[in-house]
Design a protein around this ligand. Structure first.
Ligand code: MN
Length: 259
């Protein structure tokens, strides 16, 4: 009798036929977090405080307290994060059906365009051209924008701030309704500190990815790394956020299975 699908899957992981790629940034005090204008309340950076380290505070054990905003480092955005997604049922980190935390990924390589233009925006035309080579984006799959932005060293280069704000690539305002409505994706993933482009505060609508994706009950993934190690199609993403009650998002150890 043939092995069950799960037994074959376990054997493929054990044997290395399926590789597991970590799409997550390390979490530490230096982990970049979103920079908002001073009129808005800031998110806490990641902070680690030692409780004991095999010492008088705990002779046989090492452990820490940590603190951070929900949207710190590589993280998951739930629909309730944005006002447009606030009324959907099961729109928080503790109530989203768990089957939605495993989904296939489409990885669109924009690294060449972004190397020339930090403000590059991915458009529907670009995506349709990508689909001609890789097939149509399936309902319930992620679209990840590979920019190689995560290879930038240091917070200054990562935020790429100028007087008029951050200059980081992202989705064009017209792409978000296209993906949410015409492709029915599960969500959008970026290498930048958030899912929207750096200049998105002045787009129409402002922050179109947050507005449109969460307004369509879709998810977001931000601060992804290692997208250059993924194929354009075929990777399976595992993205469970922490089960924070009424949470708007959470740091997430995003893994990609590649066969
Ligand atoms: Mn976020």
């Amino acid at each position: 009798m043939a092995d069950s699908i799960l037994a074959q899957f376990a054997a493929a992981i054990l044997g290395g036929t399926i590789k597991i790629i970590d799409l997550s940034q390390p979490l530490e005090a230096a982990t970049p977090i979103i920079q908002l204008p001073p009129e808005f309340a800031p998110s806490w950076p990641f902070r680690l405080e030692e409780i004991s380290h095999y010492d008088s505070r705990g002779p046989a054990w090492y452990w820490n307290n940590f603190a951070c905003g929900e949207h710190t480092g590589t993280h998951f955005d739930a629909p309730v994060h944005w006002v447009t997604g606030k009324d959907y049922p099961n729109n928080t980190t503790d109530t989203i059906p768990v089957a939605k935390f495993i989904a296939p990924a489409n990885v669109i390589d924009c690294s060449a365009e972004v190397a020339k233009d930090a403000d590059f925006l991915l458009t529907p035309d670009h995506v349709v051209a990508w689909e001609k080579g890789h097939g149509r984006i399936a309902a319930g799959s992620w679209v990840l924008m590979r920019t190689d932005w995560s290879k930038r060293k240091g917070a200054e280069a990562f935020h790429n701030m100028r007087e008029d704000g951050s200059h980081v690539p992202g989705p064009h305002p017209t792409l978000v309704p296209f993906l949410a409505k015409e492709r029915d994706v599960i969500g959008w993933g970026s290498e930048g500190v958030g899912t929207d482009a750096g200049q998105a505060y002045r787009f129409d609508p402002p922050f179109p990815c947050h507005t449109g994706m969460h307004g369509s009950n879709k998810f977001g993934l931000a601060s992804l790394i290692n997208l250059d190690l993924l194929p354009p199609k075929g990777a399976l993403l595992i993205t469970p956020p922490l089960k924070i009650v009424s949470g708007s998002g959470s740091p997430c150890r995003v893994l990609a299975l590649v066969g």
